[in-house]
Ligand binder design. Structure first.
Ligand code: GLA
Length: 390
């Protein structure tokens, strides 16, 4: 979804009205989907996300003072904030730009104030990483405006994660920020979340495409059980470290799983471990399926991933279960939740020619079971953050 002329005009008009006539520059950062490898980026696993063409835009200029003055087309909230200020929950989304800019300054890079307008064409809080998109948007535009692009994309990803973990207070992994920073058209990123080594994998889905399924059931990562799952994994790891030479749960091979499970007494820990180790194995299988163009197998892996997240990791919830099940009944080769879960979005692998019928059927079934109208997006796999021509 590119920025349309109308959307650009809305941004420009708002900038003009609030900050006056000037040479504004336009920046973009994508959003992401995760094809497979869920809830293992904080367990040293491999993940397979892609940046998508939807995302967040900023039309901004430099300011003389070190202030952030950002209006948004998506929210009425506005507050001017001094760079260097502390986190404050009442500042809402403005904490993200603030946290990122503070972080860049703490690393010794040049920073300065910005004013302008932000706009996102992804649903916020829907599991497509609107927050990481905003973090990378701000990081990359500060890099362009003040640093002649000296900060590498990888470091920008780490700045985003650092902001999320230590400023916002969500203990997320590196997947989202990395996927957004390193996005490439028609590629998935096979990322080793321990070493940060990565490889691009072609996403050629033949006559199929990935449809994003929005449950329209919002979730807030920060309020969710995300940190709880993480803690469960950490405590399982502590126990297993006494038995195995491992740094992360994903260092366990699938052949060691049954034995490792027996070392754990807590039923929840046992289930979490089963998800983590099997999911990591599915990532390798999904890469093989993509490389050999085997869409049937890819679809099957998506389904298995979802069931594992549902029964063993317990992060899906009614709405994601209903929408993925509706998608399967309506002809998808496979469907799973994507992102943190607890509401938000799923993805489905669907025959291109059958897409309209797929949407109608899925919508009907999902509405019957939840009373909610779902959303569907088909987005190309796109590039990472960049400055756009105005
Ligand atoms: C969120 C986090 C990621 C990752 C996913 C689950 O999107 O930000 O780091 O843990 O959940 O795979």
């Amino acid at each position: 979804m590119k920025l349309s002329k109308e959307e650009y005009k809305k941004m420009y008009d708002k900038a003009l009205k609030n900050f006056g006539k000037a040479e504004y520059r336009l920046f973009f950062a994508p959003s992401r989907i995760n094809i497979i490898g869920e809830h293992i980026d904080y367990n040293g696993g491999k993940v397979l996300p892609s940046a998508i063409e939807m995302g967040t835009y900023a039309l901004v200029k430099k300011t003389k003072r070190n202030v952030i003055r950002l209006k948004s087309l998506n929210s009425n909230y506005y507050k001017e904030v001094l760079i260097g200020s502390e986190y404050a929950s009442e500042r809402g989304w403005v904490n993200y730009p603030l946290g990122v800019i503070n972080n860049i300054e703490q690393r010794g890079y040049e920073i300065g104030g910005i004013e302008g307008v932000i706009y996102g064409n992804i649903p916020t809080g829907a599991g497509l990483s609107s927050s990481a998109s905003l973090e990378l948007l701000i990081g990359s535009l500060i890099n362009e405006l003040y640093n002649d692009s000296k900060i590498s994309l990888k470091e920008l990803a780490l700045i985003g994660k650092d902001t999320e973990n230590n400023f916002i207070g969500v203990n997320s992994g590196i997947m989202d920020q990395f996927a957004i920073a390193m996005g490439k058209a028609d590629k998935a990123i096979l990322l080793d979340t321990e070493s940060l080594d990565y490889e691009y994998v072609d996403v050629d889905l033949k006559d199929k495409l990935i449809v994003i399924l929005n449950t329209n059931k919002g979730r807030r990562l920060i309020d969710s059980k995300y940190n709880e799952r993480r803690a469960e994994c950490e405590s399982a790891l502590e126990i297993l470290k006494q038995k195995y030479e491992i740094k992360n749960l994903c260092d366990l091979d699938i052949s060691q799983l049954d034995e490792a499970i027996d070392y754990l007494e807590d039923e929840n820990q046992r289930k979490r471990l089963r998800h983590v180790v099997t999911e990591n194995a599915r990532v390798y299988q999904a890469v093989d399926a993509l490389k050999s163009g085997d869409m049937e197998s890819l679809g099957k892996l998506l389904n298995e991933s979802h069931y594992s997240l549902r029964y063993d990791y317990e992060v899906t919830g009614k709405h994601l279960d209903e929408i993925t099940s509706a998608a399967r009944i309506s002809g998808a080769l496979g469907a799973r939740m994507t992102g943190a879960g607890f509401g938000g979005c799923g993805i489905a692998l669907v025959e291109k020619d059958a897409i309209e019928e797929f949407k109608i059927k899925t919508e009907k079934l999902y509405k019957e079971s939840t009373g909610i109208k779902p959303g569907f997006y088909v987005s190309k796999i796109g590039f990472g953050p960049k400055e756009l021509e105005v």
